[in-house]
Design a protein around this ligand. Structure first.
Ligand code: 8Y4
Length: 274
């Protein structure tokens, strides 16, 4: 079990992805209607998702930003609807302080912030809310992050960033028990950097905090398999297995049921070897 203060989740856990963005190239617009989103959330809950991650702003490379009201209009009705049909904890994928507050008021239990609470007011909002927060590493910002990213040592750089964000969060009054770290696959990294991070994941368990990993359908898997985004399920499941074998506690995934099954096998092997 992962003890994240107010919520406990089994480990390893799968976080199912529910994008409410018309421009997400992985599932463009499929969930722009709360009913469709609701059915997808129910399928993820039945498939064994431990968390449902709801996001209204695309963070794909080159994506534009979304206004606060537009993001609220997208995510709040979906959070309320999902909350009314399942007890599975909901995370709000946002970097905006006001969206964090409204989402938690509407029933979200965690914050998933790809900016690791570096946005205006985000650290203070999270400290007031005292809910679990996933702090993700990103080099640069989504619009430009894939323009020739360079690191002396990507593993040390990411670990150092996560350590500094943990320290900033704790200094701002967030309980250490609330914090989750994430290397941020694909966020300002080349394919080679992403594979190097996956191979050295154990070094990223900063301060022994739980680790979340998001590899599902990402372009490094497309590069390795030469497959389009919807053909990347086997590669995504394989990457999830590798991540958990390397110490990840939570895997963010589109294909929940397949990932949950694969992680049952991994968990049995880990327990047999312990
Ligand atoms: C195909 C499918 C191609 C998906 C690209 C993508 C992470 C995350 C994202 C992650 C955490 C994405 C919101 C990018 N990735 N949050 N969010 N960790 N914590 N791209 O790795 O899925 S969005």
């Amino acid at each position: 079990m992962l003890n994240l203060g107010p919520i406990q989740i089994p480990a390893p856990a799968v976080m199912g992805i529910l994008n409410i963005t018309p421009d997400s190239f992985s599932d463009g617009g499929q969930f722009d209607n709360p009913n469709i989103a609701l059915r997808q959330a129910a399928t993820m809950a039945e498939g064994g998702a431990a968390i449902i991650d709801i996001g209204g702003e695309s963070t794909r490379p080159g994506a534009g930003s979304v206004g606060i009201q537009q993001e609220l209009d997208r995510v709040i009705p979906v959070i309320e609807a999902v909350r009314s049909v399942t007890d599975v904890p909901i995370s709000i994928d946002t970097s905006k302080a006001d969206v964090m507050r409204e989402a938690v008021a509407a029933g979200a239990s965690l914050i998933n912030d790809v900016y690791a609470l570096r946005g205006e007011g985000a650290l203070q909002a999270a400290a007031e809310l005292q809910v679990p927060v996933c702090l993700m590493h990103m080099r640069g910002e989504p619009r430009t992050m894939q323009e020739n990213p360079e690191y002396d040592d990507v593993v040390l750089d990411v670990a150092d960033f996560l350590e500094k964000r943990l320290a900033a969060c704790i200094a701002a009054g967030l309980g250490e028990e609330l914090l989750i770290v994430d290397p941020g696959f694909g966020f300002g990294k080349t394919h080679r950097h992403n594979v190097e991070l996956l191979a050295n994941l154990r070094q990223l368990r900063v301060r022994n905090r739980p680790m979340l990993v998001g590899v599902s359908r990402k372009s490094t898997l497309g590069e390795l398999t030469r497959r389009e985004v919807h053909e990347r399920i086997p590669a995504s499941v394989a990457a999830a297995v590798v991540a958990v074998m390397q110490g990840a506690d939570i895997v963010r995934a589109h294909d929940v049921a397949a990932t949950v099954d694969a992680l049952k096998v991994v968990q049995a092997v880990i327990e047999a070897g312990a």
